[in-house]
Write a protein that binds this ligand. Structure first.
Ligand SMILES: NC(=O)c1ccc[n+]([C@@H]2O[C@H](COP(=O)([O-])OP(=O)(O)OC[C@H]3O[C@@H](n4cnc5c(N)ncnc54)[C@H](O)[C@@H]3O)[C@@H](O)[C@H]2O)c1
Length: 257
């Protein structure tokens, strides 16, 4: 029998209170990891959510922070390493957008979405790499992207461009840091039946038709995305670097008209 044992491992996750994060948190804790959960939601809200998810309080610590604030993000990373000096896995998972057609999206909104989905991830890498280099930890940074990084999509130009930039940034970092043992990978989900895309799926027949054509007619479960993270966090993936792992039913490779 194959088991994945992450006991003794500490893993930092941003966007940890979201819809896809829920099965990620559950499965990583079930595998024995200790989690450092980071989200913009208040400590009070997070405490209730984690209680609803039945996550044991001994398995995690929580930091409320806005990851688009580079100072706040860097403080969270510093505090996390102080508390967990062997922290070797970081999941840059926070992201998202809502529909924002190009013509009706203000410059400020366009920039805000890009900053959240790209520059905040770059700042996370910057803060984490400093610690890993100083501590000589061959860490593993994993970003969450989306199939829209490779499949152009209407009404989400800032988000899709930011995710495309993120995937290439990840591969650039994988190369640049390879000689330190640090690895950088990406999980790139398809249309997930959770989170912000739920509302669009329920309300927009065109989106439902789109899903039918690009994703074998089905949306991905948040559990399948969590499984990809558990795999990448495990020793089974020790030799994987600079890759885009896509639990997306093939949505990222094209339209099957
Ligand atoms: N849902 C999908 O269909 C889908 C598809 C492909 C990729 N993704 C990606 O998966 C990831 C999670 O998506 P989701 O659908 O679970 O989203 P979600 O909206 O359910 O969760 C996002 C989490 O990020 C937190 N957050 C928002 N702004 C923040 C900030 N400034 N600082 C810190 N935390 C912040 C929110 O509080 C929330 O808990 C994102 O990177 C998203 O782009 C989602």
């Amino acid at each position: 029998m194959l088991t994945i044992d992450l006991s003794g491992k500490s893993i930092l996750i941003t966007g940890a209170m979201g819809a896809i994060a829920e099965p990620m948190v559950r499965k990583l804790v079930a595998a024995g990891a200790t989690l450092i959960l980071v989200d913009i939601k208040s400590e009070e809200v997070a405490k209730q959510t984690l209680c609803d998810w039945q996550i044991p309080p001994t398995s995690h610590v929580y930091f409320s922070a806005d990851i688009t604030d580079s100072t706040a993000l860097s403080q969270v990373v510093t505090q996390s390493f102080r508390r967990f000096p062997a922290l070797d896995t970081v999941l840059g998972h926070a992201g998202g957008c809502g529909l924002h057609p190009f013509l009706t999206t203000s410059e400020a909104d366009y920039d805000r979405i890009f900053r959240f989905n790209y520059f905040a991830q770059v700042n996370l890498a910057r803060a984490v790499f400093v610690q890993w280099i100083e501590r000589k930890i061959p860490g593993h940074l994993i970003f969450t992207s989306s199939y829209v990084a490779r499949m152009p999509h209407t009404q989400i130009p800032s988000y899709a461009s930011a995710k495309a930039a993120l995937e290439n940034f990840a591969r650039c970092m994988a190369l640049e840091y390879a000689d330190t043992g640090i690895r950088v990978n990406v999980v790139s989900p398809g249309n997930v039946a959770a989170g912000s895309s739920l509302k669009v799926f329920d309300e927009d027949p065109a989106y439902r038709e789109f899903v039918r054509r690009v994703s074998l007619g089905r949306r991905n479960s948040p559990e399948s995305i969590a499984d990809a993270f558990v795999f990448l966090c495990s020793p089974l993936a020790n030799e994987i670097n600079g890759q885009i792992l896509s639990p997306d039913y093939g949505a990222g490779i094209g339209n099957r008209l």
